[in-house]
Design a protein around this ligand. Structure first.
Ligand SMILES: Cc1ncc(COP(=O)(O)O)c(C=O)c1O
Length: 405
């Protein structure tokens, strides 16, 4: 059976694959610890559940306008006002089936074949793959060794006549790095000057630690016109722990949004009305769950970093947000895929190889699970890697023997 060249070239999603591996092992009764997960474990807000149950009970479940139901667009406008201090019009907003689809639809709307999209590493795995699926060219910018924050001069150096867009994601998946306000300001000014689209993926913006203040990119945008090339992506997946609801949105100038709606109309018609209604419930309901998730994650982050710091040869940059960190394991292994397989096989711990995020020699570890999983997961990793570790440990009720150097 032949598949398209494009389909052959698109990489499998490593996180979804790992979720399946972990589930399979768990089904077999293996005491697997999942430090690869990309979704918070807290419950979906009650207001979301009530809203979508009420909608379901009407038994009147139809298509919606492609851009989303008016109530959700209104809720997104309110969120944007409260979070970014920016008034946007309904014509600037489009709802998508998740922020992932927002990335896809936006890039489909602005890219021509061979257009370049600059993506600072470490990056969310899907950006380069989506760019390639649209016949664009991802241009990866590596940070200085030992850092995760991109440098403006490195980005400027790769900008050329084919550069169409730059994607920034802060707080960053996979490193948890929060970009400085100065950097964001400089990027906005630079993109405005050069006429480059700046896509800000703000999906983790509420999950920031250590008293950091949220940076509103609109504070630095001088171009407030209908030609502004600043595009914001956001969604309910992370802040409300609603990954399964698949609702995200984009805010862009009216012309782009109009074209985007045509693209989306031929793609999915519209996201499900039931799930859009749930998103209205979440955005308009009681917000205390977001803060309590943030606090839990900050506490988990502290535990994860303390455990990792007990490892002398592992370098970890403390994340300022999200629920990930990206420790450097190069003292033990350069090949992160091999390391990931080794840890799964020998210690039953799921991690994600850094190479998938453009950062070889690192592993992405999530701390959105329980404190027990974090401490036990890192204990097992340490046991598997540290030659000074005891020969045997118990994993669950199974005695594991170290038969490697
Ligand atoms: C940086 C980033 N953007 C977007 C997404 C996708 O979010 P959604 O679940 O809304 O598609 C993710 C999910 O992991 C992410 O990490």
């Amino acid at each position: 059976m032949s598949v398209s060249q494009l389909a052959k070239e698109v990489k499998e999603s490593p996180t979804l694959r790992l979720n399946e591996t972990a589930a399979r092992l768990r089904d077999k009764g293996e005491p697997v610890i999942h430090l690869g997960s990309g979704e918070p474990k807290s419950k979906v807000p009650l207001d979301a559940i009530l809203a979508c149950s009420a909608k379901l009970k009407t038994a009147d479940i139809r298509y919606t306008p492609t851009e989303g139901i008016p109530a959700l667009i209104k809720a997104i406008i309110r969120y944007t006002e409260e979070t970014y201090h920016k008034a946007v019009a309904p014509e600037n907003v489009c709802v998508h089936a998740g922020a992932k689809q927002a990335v896809y639809n936006i890039l489909m709307t602005i890219l021509n074949p061979q257009d370049e999209v600059i993506i600072p590493a470490p990056y969310w795995v899907s950006y380069p793959e989506i760019v390639k699926m649209l016949y664009g060219i991802p241009v990866i910018v590596q940070p200085e060794d030992g850092r995760f924050h991109p440098r403006i001069e490195d980005i400027k150096e790769v900008v050329g006549s084919y550069t169409k867009a730059i994607i920034l994601n802060s707080p960053n998946n996979p490193s948890g790095e929060v970009y400085t306000a100065e950097f964001i300001q400089e990027m906005i000014e630079f993109c405005e000057e050069k006429g480059i689209y700046l896509i800000m993926d703000d999906i983790y913006q509420k999950l920031i630690f250590d008293g950091r203040q949220l940076v509103s990119c609109y504070d630095y945008a001088k171009d407030d016109s209908d030609n502004s090339r600043l595009i914001i992506l956001n969604g309910i997946s992370k802040m409300y722990a609603m990954t399964g609801f698949r609702i995200g949105w984009s805010i862009a100038n009216k012309k782009i949004t109009r074209a985007l709606i045509n693209v989306a109309a031929q793609n999915t018609s519209c996201p499900s009305v039931v799930l859009q209604t749930a998103a209205v419930g979440a955005l308009e309901g009681i917000q205390s769950g977001v803060e309590s998730l943030r606090q839990t994650l900050e506490n988990n982050r502290n535990v994860m970093i303390k455990e990792l710091n007990a490892f002398t040869d592992i370098r970890t940059i403390t994340p300022g947000g999200t629920f990930y960190c990206l420790p450097d394991f190069r003292a033990y292994y350069n090949d992160s895929i091999a390391l990931c397989k080794f840890l799964l096989e020998k210690a039953l711990v799921v991690t994600v190889p850094g190479v998938e995020f453009g950062m070889e020699g690192h592993l992405r570890l999530s701390y959105c699970g329980s404190i027990k999983d974090i401490t036990e997961g890192v204990r097992r990793i340490k046991w598997a890697l540290d030659p000074e570790s005891p020969n045997e440990i118990y994993i669950g009720d199974r005695k594991m023997r170290r038969d490697w150097k």
